[in-house]
Design a protein around this ligand. Structure first.
Ligand SMILES: [Zn+2]
Length: 344
């Protein structure tokens, strides 16, 4: 069974808007590889994860990702930077990390990051990195040692002894920022200024446009981020062109990389929308809008994101070369450089 069924609406958006925009080669820097079995909560069937980790996405392996890309972006050759799904609290870190490392090993350009929690020692991380060919760290706010996933600061869920390892080995750090204002929060931007100066060889990727699902956080922080060395950004699941445009304008297109947030977010139908100082995921099943005046169907998050990237690129007057770099070259170079630094 195909993991995704395309409708005439999806096909039309791909053919009329997107196929001319997405280059032949793609490097997806934000991909989740996992098994539902790695979520070890005894009550997991009644958790909210079940709403989106449905049976087609219980075994999110390389083959499934290839299949999703083949359906949504036909003919594109895709490499990936992949990491586990950060299941809250009950997560089998060991098996998650070994699984992702093994899954990426078939494509020499691709790379894996390990899921980390604050309790892991520097030795544990160094051993895993060297043993499994891992290129960096994927911390997550749910594992904050403060127990507060909403207001935690970076070092609450990525302690400095782990950033020190990233600095020593030149590792990547995939950072999904916490706190309600995300990168628009003074503590987050100040922490990043300090940490990038103290640990200059760690390479940060700030996920979801530094978690700017709307333009205002990146408008607030962009100028200061532009001055930081070794910081890159992925556009995964950001669906507002204003946010991506503000990112490109402030930090420069050469630091911005495509990410899908597959699976499942990128391949689900819906869109991240913003309002006031908030944002939310709107899907066919979580709202009761009265939509008799138009075609009420929704397309994939990924297509909404690509539309936003295209409009942002158009307004920022990106060249073909810059667009290709955003989809492939920047990430391929960053991942290759990280690997060379580690294993030579
Ligand atoms: Zn993600």
């Amino acid at each position: 069974m195909a993991p995704i069924e395309l409708t005439d609406l999806d096909r039309r958006i791909w053919e009329e808007e997107l196929t001319g925009f997405v280059p032949e080669r793609v490097f997806d820097v934000h991909t989740h590889i996992y098994r539902w079995a790695f979520f070890t909560d005894p009550d997991k069937e009644s958790t909210s994860y079940r709403q989106f980790v449905t049976p087609p996405y219980e075994e999110a392996n390389w083959r499934l990702l290839d299949e999703c890309d083949r359906l949504l972006m036909p003919g594109r050759q895709v490499s990936r930077l992949a990491f586990p799904f950060p299941f809250a609290e009950y997560c089998d870190f060991d098996r998650s990390n070994r699984f992702v490392a093994k899954q990426v090993s078939d494509d020499p350009a691709s790379g894996a990051l390990m899921l980390v929690r604050p309790e892991m020692t520097a030795d544990e991380i160094t051993t895993a990195v060297r043993g499994d060919g891992i290129l960096g760290l994927k911390p997550y706010r749910f594992y904050s040692k403060t127990g507060d996933a909403v207001n935690c600061r970076i070092t609450d869920f990525l302690p400095e002894h782990q950033i020190e390892v990233a600095d020593q080995l030149g590792l990547l750090i995939m950072m999904h920022l916490s706190r309600p204002d995300a990168i628009g929060d003074e503590l987050n931007i100040a922490d990043l200024e300090r940490l990038t100066a103290t640990y200059p060889r760690a390479k940060w990727i700030l996920a979801h446009c530094a978690r700017s699902y709307a333009a205002w956080p990146i408008e607030r922080a962009g100028q200061r981020l532009a001055d930081l060395p070794n910081v890159w950004f992925d556009t995964s699941s950001v669906c507002e062109s204003d946010a991506i445009e503000a990112l490109i304008r402030t930090v420069g297109a050469e630091r911005v990389m495509y990410g899908s947030d597959d699976v499942p977010v990128g391949v689900l139908r819906g869109k991240y929308i913003s309002f006031g100082y908030g944002w939310a995921y709107l899907s066919p099943s979580n709202q009761q809008l009265n939509l008799t005046h138009c075609d009420p169907r929704m397309t994939f998050t990924r297509y909404e994101q690509l539309r936003a990237m295209q409009r942002a690129g158009r307004r920022g007057e990106l060249s073909k070369t810059q667009t290709r770099a955003m989809f492939y070259d920047t990430a391929a170079e960053l991942v290759a450089r990280t690997r060379t630094g580690l294993f030579e």
